[in-house]
Design a protein around this ligand. Structure first.
Ligand SMILES: [Zn+2]
Length: 155
């Protein structure tokens, strides 16, 4: 996203950088990319995340929020990246609103993801026979998660 000067309505309070839990931006994986939706009601924007990025800054409304990362984000990235096809690189934390409205799995453990791989082994192998593994998820694999995730109170 290009950062351009923008006009901000002054009567809309910007969330504090260390806001309450309901102002957390929950990290999820969409087509091989770690993303978080803006937690400000009615904004509807989303931002790409770098591994363990601690603070979410919304490019649309400028709200800030703590990013809520799963503790096993590196392992999730690794398992999903191995699928090669970004269409199959998706993960939602438990109860994520997008998963609920789209009837997608959520709160999957590493074991769940690996069981999913076994369940779809034939499709994965078939895709690998003609597909080109993409780089998107690869850049957020284990090696790109150099820091320990912080325990977030109330999360
Ligand atoms: Zn926003």
């Amino acid at each position: 996203m290009v950062n351009e000067p923008r006009t901000v309505r002054l009567d809309v309070p910007v969330a504090p950088a260390r806001g309450p839990v309901e102002r957390m931006a929950r990290a999820y994986v969409n087509r091989g990319r770690w993303i978080a939706d803006c937690p400000r009601p009615h904004c509807g924007s989303a931002e790409l995340l770098d591994p363990w990025q601690p603070v979410f800054l919304c490019g649309a409304c400028l709200a800030e929020a703590i990013v809520d990362w799963p503790r096993d984000a590196a392992a999730i990235s690794s398992v999903l990246a191995a699928r090669g096809n970004p269409a199959w690189m998706n993960w939602f934390p438990a109860g994520h609103h997008l998963a609920l409205i789209s009837n997608c799995p959520h709160g999957q453990t590493i074991g769940d993801l690996m069981a999913e791989d076994e369940e779809h082994a034939q499709e994965l192998a078939e895709w690998a026979s003609f597909g080109t593994p993409v780089e998107a998820m690869m850049r957020t694999q284990v090696g790109r998660f150099p820091f320990q995730v912080q325990q977030i109170e109330g999360a």
